[in-house]
Design a protein around this ligand. Structure first.
Ligand code: G6P
Length: 608
């Protein structure tokens, strides 16, 4: 989703801004632009398409100056085009970049048009530039103009503003969309996330909801929602910068798939003490909160929602705790009944997903407490939840989530164990599960060795239009996740079904052009699943079955069995995810799609 970068420095900032935009590319976008103040005037350059198109344009028309803002746009109001790309300007005086949506922009636009402003784009953002210009022309100073303008906007947004009469000054505002300040030495920055600024600083200040910040090269002043000057803590970024480079891999997605043995370990190793889960990992307040939990409500979107679906099997099946799971965009817009003792768990790799955040805010007063399982320290969900368990996966750059998902599952298993102790989970069972978790990195490593077999298998998918994914039990959500990965990066229509539903509709679709992928659990439902496989193969469907060696599913005409390592049942959903990630990756590479930045998708969905 839209990315913002801004800088004020002694040196020329356009290189910093351009590199920042490159580092925000992973968020998803369709045009890019930059505005730089050269000591006298603001110069702007925008291009539809990739940041590289902007970089090429800058080669021919360099922008030099010591303060500037830049943006990658993910179209909401108005199609992707140079005219709609940010920064937006009012005349030559003020330039604005914006992430989010201004809900009352039509009303504001009509008023501005009556006052004589002309609009050159279809965006909601342009109203902000004109409102600023109007406020300044009626006597407000630069800063009060931003404060007044922000007060008139409805919706969620993050803004970066420069003005031609304010040398080297940058104003930032945050209300509902992420924005971080990068603290440099004799230079300061803003960005949608920390990754954009890692080449220039590792010290960050997170803005709170409603904050407005004024930055010069040497000073940062922040006002809170009540207009009071506040100090915001400066934190040090912890991950190695190599986390944001591809290294030997061709794509970030593949690098991130291969990081899973390490990051799943990082998600649990420091949280285990004497073969039991240390509940202090969830925060100081965790124990008294967990003592009062009567049921769980999980809210998430996309891949994170699939993690939540698996957690339901664990919470109810292992621990005996009632657990509901729902996508945030549905939950937040329907009347809900929240029972006493509800722990609200949000799952989110970014910590900024607009619907998930809104769902939390809506129910805050009615729940026992909130816990977020999240990958981005300092993100909105982390700051606004009572408890948090970080997934520790390190930055995930590929839009299609991989390592963030498997680490979410590890964290959800830890959560099931600590809360489940108060319900059905005995100490012996907890120790047994913790012992099983120790095997996880090696099992993931082993399943990564299937890579070349899966690369071969991907050829059967590259020319197809449709595919079906089947699973049962905890592997049904894994089938959903496998189908989602294939859709996201290879643009092949993929549907996931609980295998038992096959006869109730999808079987009608099965023929030789519809490959069927099955994840075969080693549990008491295996015989039922085998019957489902017969039904597919009898109709000429080509079957790809991921199954353990002891599962006795045989390869044959139209049936390809890919052997998985044997493993404790509790780990199956985590480990069986790996080959499905590899499958979608190889199909996408064969099709030549943009693996890391699939069309129309964004990494951090900060608008509803
Ligand atoms: C986007 C991303 C997905 C992610 C979903 C939920 O669609 O592309 O990878 O699963 O948002 O995001 P979250 O950050 O809340 O996990």
């Amino acid at each position: 989703m839209c990315g913002i970068v801004g800088a004020t420095a002694e040196r020329s900032v356009s290189g910093i801004l351009l590199e920042g935009l490159r580092r925000l590319e992973y968020r998803g976008y369709d045009s890019a632009g930059m505005a730089v103040w050269d000591g006298e005037l603001i110069h702007r350059l925008r291009r539809e398409g990739k940041v590289q198109a902007l970089a090429d344009a800058l080669d021919g028309q360099p922008l030099t100056g010591s303060a500037g803002i830049a943006h990658t746009r993910w179209a909401t109001h108005g199609k992707p085009s140079e005219h709609n790309a940010h920064p937006h300007m009012s005349g030559t005086s003020v330039a604005v970049v914006h992430n989010g949506i201004i809900e009352n922009f039509e009303e504001l636009k009509s008023e501005l048009m009556i006052s004589g402003y002309n609009f050159s784009s279809q965006t909601d953002t342009e109203v902000i530039a004109h409102l600023l210009d109007q406020a300044i022309k009626s006597g407000a100073d630069h800063l009060s103009a931003v404060k007044d303008t922000v007060a008139s906007l409805d919706g969620a947004f993050a803004l970066g503003v420069i003005h031609e009469d304010k040398p080297g000054e940058l104003i930032a505002a945050r209300q509902g969309s992420p924005l971080v300040i990068g603290v440099g030495i004799g230079e300061n920055f803003i960005a949608s996330d920390q990754l954009a600024l890692l080449p220039v600083t590792d010290r960050f200040m997170f803005l709170e909801e409603g904050d407005i910040a004024h930055l010069t090269r040497d000073e940062i002043t922040v006002w809170d929602i009540n207009g009071e000057i506040v100090e915001r803590e400066v934190t040090q970024y912890k991950h190695a910068t190599s986390a944001t480079e591809k290294g030997k891999f061709k794509h970030f997605m593949m690098k991130e798939i291969y990081e899973q043995p390490t990051v799943t370990l990082a998600a649990f190793q420091d949280r285990i003490q004497d073969a039991l889960v240390n509940e202090r990992a969830f925060g100081e307040q965790a124990a008294p909160i967990f003592d009062q939990v009567k049921q769980i409500q999980i809210i998430a979107c996309g891949t994170s929602y699939h993690a939540g679906l698996i957690a339901k099997y664990w919470m109810e099946g292992l621990a005996g705790i009632p657990c509901h799971v729902e996508v945030a965009s549905e939950y937040r817009y329907r009347p809900v009944v929240i029972q006493e003792g509800t722990l609200f768990i949000s799952i989110s790799q970014s910590g900024e997903t607009a619907d998930t955040l809104a769902a939390l805010r809506d129910v805050k007063d009615q729940i026992l407490a909130s816990l977020t399982i999240c990958n981005v320290p300092g993100s909105s969900l982390v700051r606004e939840s009572d408890l948090c368990l970080m997934t520790n996966a390190g930055p995930e750059i590929g839009v299609a989530s991989t390592k963030a998902f498997t680490t979410q599952l590890v964290c959800l298993l830890l959560t099931t164990l600590v809360i489940g102790r108060r319900f059905k989970i005995t100490e012996a069972l907890e120790r047994q599960i913790v012992e099983s978790m120790m095997l996880l990195p090696a099992l993931i490593e082993e399943s990564l060795q299937m890579d070349s077999d899966i690369e071969l298998m991907s050829q059967a998918f590259a020319e197809k239009q449709h595919s079906l994914f089947l699973g049962r039990g905890t592997l049904y959500p894994i089938a959903m996740e496998g189908a989602l990965k294939l859709k996201e990066i290879s643009y092949i229509h993929a549907e996931a079904y609980p295998a038992g539903e096959l006869k109730h509709g999808p079987l009608a679709l099965v023929d030789k052009d519809m490959p069927v992928v099955t994840v075969a659990p080693r549990n008491d439902m295996l015989d039922k699943l085998k019957a489902n496989l017969q039904e597919v193969s009898a109709r000429g469907g080509e079957l790809f079955v991921f199954a353990g060696c002891t599962q006795k599913v045989q390869s044959g005409e139209g049936v390809h069995v890919l052997g998985m390592p044997d493993m404790p049942e509790i780990l199956e959903p985590i480990v069986y995810t790996i080959p499905l990630q590899l499958l979608s990756y190889h199909v996408a590479v064969l099709k030549g799609t943009d693996v890391d930045q699939p069309r129309n998708l964004a990494k951090s969905v900060t608008v509803e």
